[in-house]
Structures are given as C-alpha cells and as structure tokens.
Design a protein around this ligand. Structure first.
Ligand code: SF4
Length: 83
C-alpha cells in the first residue's frame, strides 16, 4: 500500500493519514478571543471567555489551514498545532 499512487500516507501506518490536532497550553490563555474570531467551531470559548480547546482537539479534514491561522492568531501563544 505505501507508495501506491492515490493512497495517501502521512506518517504512521501505511494508508493512514494522521489528523491534525490543536491543543491549549495550560494557564496561558488570556481570553483575547482572536482564535474564536478565526473559527468559533474549531476554537470555542468557555463561559468565562477563555479557550475551550482543551489539551488535544482533532481538526476536521480540510480545516488544517484554518487551524494554523487560529493558532497563529493567538497573541500569547496559548495554542499549538500538536505533532
Ligand atoms: S487561546 Fe489565545 S486567542 Fe484564544 S482566547 Fe486564549 S488568549 Fe485569546
């Protein structure tokens, strides 16, 4: 399977496409909501206005670029794209 045309491989087992995930660094978010402005579904806020992303949130296929944008929009670098 690995190396066959049309079979996506992005690390991991042959044929497996690893999903992009984002995570919130504990204690860093200051509630600026810039991530939320980029995409409220990918970067929800909790009732106090702080990020509700949590430590490990899967990004739906096709929304990887939006995830990168939201992470880079945070002025205090509270978000990261997980390896
Ligand atoms: S993660 Fe960053 S941009 Fe998002 S609410 Fe927190 S401080 Fe604001």
């Amino acid at each position: 399977m690995e190396g066959e045309p049309g079979v996506p491989v992005a690390g991991g087992a042959a044929g497996e496409v690893l999903a992009v995930r984002v995570g919130l660094v504990p204690g860093v978010c200051e509630g600026h909501a810039q991530c939320y402005v980029v995409d409220p579904d990918l970067f929800p806020l909790d009732d106090d206005g702080y990020s509700g992303v949590g430590p490990d949130r899967p990004v739906p296929p096709g929304e990887e670029a939006t995830a990168e944008l939201g992470v880079s929009a945070c002025p205090v670098r509270a978000l990261q794209v997980l390896p």
